[in-house]
Write a protein that binds this ligand. Structure first.
Ligand code: CMP
Length: 223
């Protein structure tokens, strides 16, 4: 069991709780249950019921949906400070997507009862939650538009730009710090791994995409 002061520090780093004072942070830290998962673990599958939401303290997960013939679409990659699993707690519907770890993870689980009580008592947490859900809806709308109207090369650029923005919002050099495989990129773009490998090669030949070690670097969004 991690000491309380470390759990308080972990809570402080989570944007959902950024407006809270010491006492509230300490109260929330008491409610969170730390759970560790190895790389490749399934936290839960789409369609099941659920009683917990999770905050990511360390590691990275992917949010996925499957087609009937077994193809996977990655809706989002979530990193430290992000949360997931809140939708089922709010609407009591089954899990809307599956969550799998892409790296070893330390997650902080919060029960439905505790989450709803926090929301009732703390307007700031509610506002922050709405802000994130609104951003996710914008991104989902954008993905629908891109899947319907854009070719695979434009979609690949868009996914790379998004990963860079989410990796390091303030970094003007636009490095993608989250390691992603070609298969994961393909599952985000909505195409095959072979196609993504070809498009990445073309983008590098064109000079739009660079590689520094294992990290991709994309241009600023205006270029
Ligand atoms: P829930 O439906 O409980 O379980 C799956 C979770 O995936 C969901 O809550 C959200 O936390 C998360 N999720 C679903 N769709 C998206 C999306 N488009 N972008 C980011 N996260 C999502």
């Amino acid at each position: 069991m991690v000491p309380l002061h470390s759990r308080i520090e972990a809570c402080r780093a989570i944007p959902l709780f950024r407006t809270l004072g010491e006492r509230d942070l300490a109260a929330i830290a008491e409610l969170l249950i730390e759970r560790r998962f190895p790389k490749g673990a399934t936290i839960f599958e789409e369609g099941v019921s659920g009683e917990y939401m999770y905050l990511i303290q360390e590691g990275q997960v992917k949010v996925t949906k499957m087609s009937e013939d077994g193809r996977q679409k990655i809706l989002e990659i979530l990193s430290p400070g992000d949360f997931f699993g809140e939708m089922t707690l709010l609407d009591r519907e089954p899990r809307s997507a599956s969550i799998k770890t892409t790296h070893p993870c330390v997650l902080l689980a919060l029960s439905r009862q505790d989450f709803l009580r926090l929301l009732e008592r703390n307007l700031d947490i509610g506002m922050e939650l709405l802000r994130v859900l609104s951003l996710r809806l914008r991104e989902a709308d954008e993905q629908v538009r891109a899947l319907l109207f854009e070719r695979v090369e434009a979609r690949t650029r868009r996914v790379l730009l998004r990963l860079a923005r989410e990796s390091a919002p303030q970094d003007p050099t636009r490095r993608i710090t989250a390691p992603v495989t070609h298969q994961e990129l393909a599952d985000m773009v909505g195409t095959s791994r072979e196609t993504v490998t070809r498009v990445l090669k073309e983008l590098r030949e064109e000079g739009w995409l660079r590689k520094e070690g294992k990290r991709y670097v994309v241009p600023g969004e205006e270029s």
